[in-house]
Design a protein around this ligand. Structure first.
Ligand code: UGA
Length: 430
């Protein structure tokens, strides 16, 4: 099939490369000239395991193309995926200006029947609005507007594309459903579930899933808080809960709070939608509030660990992105923690496997290119993300300070092993 992905950011690029790998002819379009010229040379602008190899392979096979020419790419394709960003506006609504700019372009270039698919996360009823806009110029048999939400995690996106738990296609059109099912056939044949729903249902499935996962994380984080008071290990609780198949064990890892480009933005946008339709999503509201305030509890823990003495004390962060496997800083808990610690007088060093971050350019923050330098002479090491390279550290070797303390926000180490090694170790919820 001939496919066009409009927007060559995270979603468009990963999905486009994966669709081309399934044998389709895919053009990834973007208005940014540098991104497209680099992609044509096989240079990928984002950090995602395996993506560069996939892009290069399919470029060579002449199944994957990159272009700035939106109009011609639309004309030449049968299926157009809208993959542009939907950032949060000041009023917490999702900003749909990029989506509607694309719709305008499609409207001027609809030369034959096409399926227009929203892969960007868009509020419920956006598909209805897109259809209405196109209807002002074209008859209904000239196009179908379909919702096909993505469920890709950063750092695992290619695997998530190739082995999805489910493929959701929101459309009432038999014709469009048949074509979409055919597009995903190689994945369905490998065992992925395919469901066809109404367009509005598909749009809500995306938000409901993200908000539910955010709730699960927040729930275990709050359980971790009570475990700390009762001398219980939250992992025993998570294991005991997770073995109940109705609950499931995934996304029950406590940590510094959820961040990234999706959960914070999507939970807020879901609340905006619920307000618009006069419904009180009280659970999601509480989840947002609890997660927004989580950094205060963590700062209190750090205060206790350091006996409230911060002035000129060196604190090292291992990892500053919102999680391991990505270079993404969006809504990372470190963006709240580090400025607070600086304000209290601490000196911050950090080591980040994906390199230094522009968010932390300050005289009092130092980025080190290796773990050893970052941890040297530090009084407190904070493990902020769960990269493999943080999982087997010899703390005694990397820091000679007898008084060294380790605050492991991802619970990568065993408290009893750390006790044996005489390291002052603090985890989350244990
Ligand atoms: C999330 C969803 O998992 C994807 O299914 C979805 O497609 C994507 O958003 C999106 O809407 O585009 P992502 O934001 O890449 O993916 O990252 P996750 O792995 O879900 O982690 C989100 C946050 O939750 C991170 O800050 C992570 O550290 C935290 N988390 C996750 C926990 O604290 N505990 C857990 O058990 C799991």
């Amino acid at each position: 099939m001939k496919i066009c992905m409009i927007g060559s950011g995270y979603v468009g690029l990963v999905s486009g490369a994966c669709f081309s790998d399934l044998g389709n002819t895919v053009t990834c379009v973007d208005i940014n000239k540098d991104i497209i010229s680099n992609l044509n040379k096989g240079i990928v602008p984002i950090f995602e395991l395996g993506l560069q190899e996939l892009v290069i392979r399919n470029l060579k096979q002449k199944r994957l193309f990159f272009s700035n020419d939106v109009s011609n790419s639309i004309k030449r394709s049968d299926i157009i995926f809208i993959c542009v960003g939907t950032p949060t506006k000041k009023n917490n609504n999702a900003d749909l200006k990029y989506v509607y700019n694309v719709v305008k372009k499609i409207k001027s270039n609809l030369n034959k029947y096409k399926i227009i698919v929203t892969k960007s996360t868009v509020p419920v009823t956006t598909g209805d609005k897109i259809e209405k806009i196109l209807n002002t110029k074209y008859n209904k048999n000239k196009f179908d507007v379909v919702s096909n939400p993505e469920f890709l995690r950063e750092g695992e996106a290619i695997r998530d594309f190739q082995y999805p738990d489910r493929i959701v296609i929101g459309t009432n059109s038999h014709k469009a459903n048949k074509i979409m099912k055919n597009l995903y056939l190689p994945l369905i044949k490998k065992g992925s579930r395919y469901i066809n729903t109404s367009r509005r249902s598909a749009e809500l499935i995306k938000y409901a899933s993200n908000a539910y996962l955010a709730t699960k994380i927040t729930y275990i984080n709050e359980m971790a808080n009570i475990c700390e008071k009762l001398n219980i290990d939250v992992h025993d609780v998570a294991t005991g809960m997770g073995l109940d198949e109705r609950i499931g064990s995934r996304f029950l890892r406590p940590g510094p709070g959820f961040g990234g480009s999706c959960f914070p933005k999507d939970t807020r946008a879901l609340i905006s939608t619920s307000n618009k339709f006069n419904t009180n999503l009280s659970i999601v509201k509480t989840v947002i509030q609890s997660n927004d305030n989580r950094y205060k509890l963590l700062i209190n823990r750090i205060s206790k660990i350091l006996k409230n003495k911060f002035k000129n004390r060196k604190i090292t962060f291992l990892g500053v992105t919102f999680k391991a496997g990505t270079d993404d800083m969006r809504e990372s808990p470190a963006l709240k923690l580090i400025p607070k610690l600086l304000k209290k007088g601490a000196i911050i060093n950090y080591y980040e496997p994906t390199g230094s971050k522009k968010e932390f350019i300050s005289k009092k923050i130092m980025c080190n290119s290796n773990i050893h330098d970052a941890c040297k002479n530090s009084e407190l090491i904070i493990i902020h993300t769960e990269w493999n390279e943080f999982k087997q550290l010899n703390f005694k070797k990397i820091n000679k300070n007898k008084n060294l303390k380790v605050f492991d926000m991802r619970n990568l180490y065993s408290p009893s092993e750390m006790l044996k090694s005489k390291i002052k170790y603090f985890g989350v919820g244990r």
